[in-house]
Design a protein around this ligand. Structure first.
Ligand SMILES: [Zn+2]
Length: 72
C-alpha cells in the first residue's frame, strides 16, 4: 500500500512537471513573437499563425491541411 501511494505521488509530480513545462513553452513563444499575425486560411477560413500558414502560387495563405502539395 505504501508503494501504491508513492507511485501516485510520483505520477502526480510528473504530470505537474509536464504541465509547468507546457506553460513555460507557451510563455516563451509569446515573448519571442509578440506581434504574431493571425490570418485566415483561404480554403476553410480558420485563423492560424502566419508562420504556420503556407503561401500558394495564387498568393493566398492556406493552413497546413490545405497545402497544395499535400494530397487530400
Ligand atoms: Zn484550411
Amino acid at each position: 500500500m505504501k508503494l501504491f501511494i508513492l507511485l501516485v505521488v510520483v505520477l502526480l509530480f510528473v504530470i505537474w512537471k509536464k504541465y509547468q513545462k507546457r506553460l513555460g513553452e507557451q510563455d516563451s513563444q509569446d515573448a519571442a513573437s509578440p506581434a504574431r499575425e493571425l490570418l485566415p486560411c483561404s480554403v476553410c477560413g480558420v485563423h492560424a499563425d502566419k508562420a504556420s500558414l503556407s503561401l500558394t502560387t495564387q498568393g493566398r495563405y492556406v493552413c497546413v491541411q490545405h497545402r497544395e502539395d499535400r494530397p487530400h
